[in-house]
Write a protein that binds this ligand. Sequence first.
Ligand code: ATP
Ligand code: MG
Length: 572
Amino acid sequence: MSSGNEKAYNKPSTDFIRAIITEDLKANKHDGRVATRFPPEPNGYLHIGHAKSICLNFGIAADYEGTCNVRFDDTDPSGEDLEYVDAIKADVRWLGFAWADREFFASDYFEQLYGYAIQLIKAGKAYVCTLSTEEIREYRGTLTEPGKESPYRNRPIEESLNLFERMRTGEFADGAHVLRARIDMASPNLTMRDPIIYRIKRVPHYRTGDTWCIYPMYDFAHCLSDSIEGITHSLCTLEFENNRPLYDWILDALKTPCHPQQIEFARLNLSYTVMSKRMLAELVDKGHVTGWADPRMPTLAGMRRRGYTPDAIRAFCERIGVAKRDSVVDMELLEHCVREDLNQGAPRAMAVLRPLRVVIDNYPEDRTEEFAAPNHPQDPTMGSRTVPFSRELYIESEDFLEDAPKKFFRLAPGREVRLRNAYFIQCERVVKDERTGEIREIHCTYDPETRGGYAPDGRKVKATIHWVSAPHALEAEVRIYDRLFAAANPGAEAEKADTDFTAFVNPDSLETLTSCRVEPSLAKAAPGSRYQFERIGYFCVDSVDSFKDKLVFNRIVTLRDTWAKIAEKDDT
Ligand code: ATP
Ligand code: MG
């Protein structure tokens, strides 16, 4: 055994799965090897729930100096596609994991799996059943009633072999026959009541084309694929708990190279979103979002486009941990992890989302000054940039109120504020559109003595607001994303109300602001780069729609961190 393993199993285990593995290593089970796998079905894009599984499987391989395979679990041709294979690989890589040549496809095992099926039939442990789908369901029984044996259950082995071979050669229509494991129709576990392990399905496969018209079922293919690859610990989500006896039964019934141990853990559920590929596909198909990579989607591709960092997602997975009880994790926690990471790494910039024109009456018309602005208030190594200042500026319209209550500390007629990194200004008058009464611009004076933001006479202002220089600023589009669903648990609430989950899609999940102004240094912002727009939030240059002369930013997350407050409250 390698010294790495010794080190690993001397470390305290951080979750129940690592505790099991540590014990297995001590007992030299699986010859002291640790081999895991991440087995996505390529029928959709990966979501944040998959990230939990990826971090767990790759994390364990790293902790115990083992290996982690990527295996495409592509045994059901309907809905599977090469587009998804490519997207899944890009997402796992983006999350920060590498698998070298350990990339496998269950479809590469079709011939081997077929061979295993023949072995089962020959051992009298599988039979071809000719009941209809409907009849199979009826014969299956219920949780309280045992099932009924199929009249084909005792069909001679030779007959089953003959029929199964002819199923493969395409002699029968879809659904005419199935291959079933011969286990126990009275088992209290419904999964064990002679489960179907092969069915006829005339759907071309994205990799094997029409080589096959029979396909193995998940329960048959999965355990055998694990075994073929020498997996030691097969980690899956809780809904497969009832399938574990079948997993073990198949491996025991066949002469397989090894017998991996299936361990179940709770799947990740997140509030205000859905976490199933079927539902996500429905959102895409029905046009509720622009695609799998829409920045509102809980997919890794969507989160990447939105501006979430892989570090933040990994930190989130670390924090939620792995347990055996299902729960719903608060979306706020994910957003908190994103903020925590961006607060450290994202340079600051000034942007005005809803511009209000400000004219500084006592500032010379032809003058421009340059102010040095730090890129990060706490991290001088991030350097600084210059921001131009001139007579005409834009400020955020919500930073001005004409009839301001006392507690409104920002700009109002007669009141003074600090412009970030620049001067104090005081509002003198408001210019309105004569017809509509709307505020067109405000006129201010600045105090030249306050350059850099401090008054030599020691007078204080209550607020510092952000701004951009009107002639220098760049126009930009800013997409303000909010939660995709208006309900905390759309799946469950739809069930309760007997409606479709899409009824809970938040109609205000996207607001597009088209006349924003950003500071000129952002002209060189690369697609995908992230900034903190001061006082507003974190934003990412859109990687699809943004161009040098038509900047588009996505709001990643706001600055406000209610999670930090909740956590604080819990602490006290
Ligand atoms: P979905 O229900 O979203 O369609 P799935 O389980 O069918 O997901 P797969 O492609 O089969 O998707 O999943 C690959 C792996 O990711 C499996 O091991 C599965 O258990 C795991 N996984 C899927 N969803 C979650 C989740 N929400 N939390 C943790 N692990 C998950
Ligand atoms: Mg699945």
